[in-house]
Ligand binder design. Sequence first.
Ligand code: SAM
Length: 239
Amino acid sequence: VSFGYADVPIEEKTGKVHAIFRNVASRYDLMNDAMSGGMHRLWKDRFVRRVKPRPGESILDMAGGTGDIAFRMAKAGANVTVADINGAMLEVGQQRALKRGLDGLIWAEENAETLSFADRQFDAYTIAFGIRNVTRVQQALEEAHRVLKRGGRFFCLEFSTTLWPGFGEIYDAYSHKLVPQIGKYVAGDEESYRYLIESIRRFPDMATFRGMIERAGFVRCSVEPLLGGLVAIHSGWKI
Ligand code: SAM
């Protein structure tokens, strides 16, 4: 597992990731806008349109962080549980929910690899820009499958590999040179953003990740690429 410049043993990754999001929590939302030029908002809107949250259904927003996905789904009337391994991110999220007058969300400190929820509890499971930070991705996918009801839906929004010729190179140059600089000036934390970019580069491509979702037991799996696959929405069903 690579962490910034240095290689870190897999058993240390969870701790490192925890430290990163604790450091960036208060500036996390600002950084998302700065890094994506506001585009993350459009990707998240698109993602939630795919999820189609229904009033009254129960949805687990895993690695929910400061609540961007959860708030969109709660506004549609779903009962949302926001789960994240990092209490600092959840705290920022709870404050944001208060400001927006959004009550009724459940906030839970959870590791995606070992959920404390019962089997077949949720109608849908969402994870946005979270799965690549998880140490044991296959285990997290199996947990997603376990906590979903039969007929439940799985959705994942994540950076992937763009297939548009030339675009990948431009993005690589941007992400490796500019993103750590933005991290330095906006969040005061260059190293954390170096890690985040590295984790994007190392994440499996769309077809491989889809295979992992199938291996976890999901069926009718599909992937919708955005910007040629720079970002991708993977989905699947539990039957
Ligand atoms: N979903 C939010 C969004 O789209 O704005 C937050 C995404 S943020 C880039 C990644 C989140 O994953 C962080 O809040 C981090 O704490 C969380 N995370 C990392 N590893 C995790 C794990 N093993 N289990 C649960 N959450 C995890």
